[in-house]
Design a protein around this ligand. Structure first.
Ligand code: FAD
Length: 392
């Protein structure tokens, strides 16, 4: 099992660490406080080439889904600086990868041109009346009329609503309610007048994702905006890859809390000895637990990434679920411990801990949520193999 960064991508990885510390981290609290899309971060990431991470080499990108260990490590580092930015960047890079994988050669080129031109692509499946994680039957419908798809419906939790340049809508095409035949991706320009954004986003965490609801009324797009075929959005070798990157993103929150707590414990000194609190045994115990939680989960994420590369997405699916579960649960536990370690200071808005503590909770419910991850892992051992696929 090879868990190291490929040498050709080392420069990107090292650059991600610098961008995270010097550019993303200083702005993170602003996007959180103002529930604002991290536009300045995206301008910088576009300029640095990070919105092209998954473009294949023939379109000028580093094709990082062919080196998923590096891909997840880059997301992990970026997320330490700003989880909102890392999460949205992953959504854009992953949907770009899915659309290019599924598209015709003309569609591949069109999507690559958009991305190379600095455009941002969002992915919107969520609806209020159905669960995209479980039952998946959608109410948003597209009908082919005179060579165009006409779309009507309503989407909820639409990250980058009003900010992305294109929305990839998950829709039902036609009357067949078997989603393996009728659920499709439609790539739509975000400036179509048939989109109305409700601007109601005001959340406890992930505030910078600006995940408003979107009403879709008679949005008509040319037939070649349908990418792939029926069932593609729920293909086991396609969309579970979202979960791998999300695992790295949510673990980045815990890692940021751990790093902050370590630094804080070295610098906080109390009378009468004026020794740093890191010299106290209960504080050392908390630091030890946090470090172990983080390293365990990181190994799970890297192992799932390696399995994806070595055996493909279908084989990696249960491990991706296990990694997402471990990463978000670890982050929740690490941020709990970080607040205990810091004491009252952990509650102050002057420090990043209260924000990281909230963001870590969101990792538990973001798809695939912890219950769905456990369900996938359990089914993989009950119905298929006694072992995870891809065991090294
Ligand atoms: C900040 C944020 C940003 C998001 N951005 C996007 C985005 O850009 N695009 C997008 O497509 N989606 C996005 N999502 C939406 C996400 O995909 C979910 O659709 C949304 O969170 C609602 O689904 P849920 O499972 O959380 O809740 P619900 O669907 O309301 O389900 C409630 C609970 O019931 C459980 N449940 C439901 N059905 C079953 C079942 N059959 N069996 C067992 N348990 C079940 C769920 O696991 C959950 O615990 C975002 C969500 C958040 C919070």
């Amino acid at each position: 099992m090879k868990l190291t960064i490929e040498s050709k991508n080392k420069v990107l990885y090292e650059r991600a660490k610098v961008i995270s510390k010097e550019i993303l981290a200083p702005r993170a609290h602003v996007y959180d406080r103002e529930a604002k899309f991290p536009r300045e971060n995206f301008d910088d990431l576009i300029r640095e080439g990070f919105t092209c991470l998954t473009l294949p080499g023939e379109y000028g990108g580093p094709d990082l889904y062919s080196d998923p260990v590096t891909y997840v490590m880059i997301l992990f580092e970026l997320s330490k600086g700003c989880v909102n930015t890392a999460l949205l960047l992953h959504m854009h890079n992953s949907i770009t990868h899915f659309l290019i994988t599924l598209g015709t050669s003309d569609q591949k080129k069109h999507i690559a041109d958009l991305v190379n031109d600095g455009k941002i692509i969002a992915s919107h499946g969520g609806e209020s009346g159905t669960s995209t994680q479980w039952n998946r039957k959608l109410d948003t419908r597209a009908e082919l009329v005179d060579g165009k798809y006409v779309i009507n419906g309503r989407k909820v939790f639409c990250s980058m609503a009003g900010e992305a340049d294109c929305y990839t809508l998950w829709v039902q095409v036609g009357d067949d309610w078997d989603v393996r035949k009728s659920m499709c991706f439609l790539l739509c320009p975000a400036d179509h007048p048939g989109f109305t954004i409700d601007n109601k986003w005001n959340s406890y965490a992930l505030r910078g994702t600006v995940s408003h609801g979107i009403k879709i009324e008679n949005v008509d797009v040319p037939a070649n905006c349908l990418i792939g075929k029926g069932g593609d959005p729920i293909r086991v070798d396609i969309t579970p890859k979202f979960g791998l990157g999300y695992a790295a993103v949510y673990l980045g929150v815990g890692a940021a809390a751990y790093e902050w707590a370590l630094e804080y414990s070295r610098n906080r000194r109390l009378k009468p000895t004026n020794n740093p609190i890191s010299s106290y045994q209960p504080i050392q115990r908390l630091l030890g637990e946090m470090k172990i939680e983080m390293e365990k989960a990181l190994l799970m994420v890297q192992r799932a990434a390696w399995t994806l590369q070595a055996f493909g997405a279908e084989e990696a699916y249960p491990l991706i679920s296990a990694a997402k579960f471990s990463a978000s649960e670890a982050s929740a536990s690490i941020t709990d411990n970080a607040v205990k370690l810091a004491g009252g200071a952990g509650l102050l808005e002057d420090h990043p801990l209260e924000r990281l503590h909230r963001e870590a909770r969101s990792g538990l419910v973001m798809p695939p949520n912890s219950e769905k991850c456990l369900d996938t892992v359990a089914k993989s051992v009950i119905e298929k193999n006694p072992e995870f696929a891809g065991t090294p």
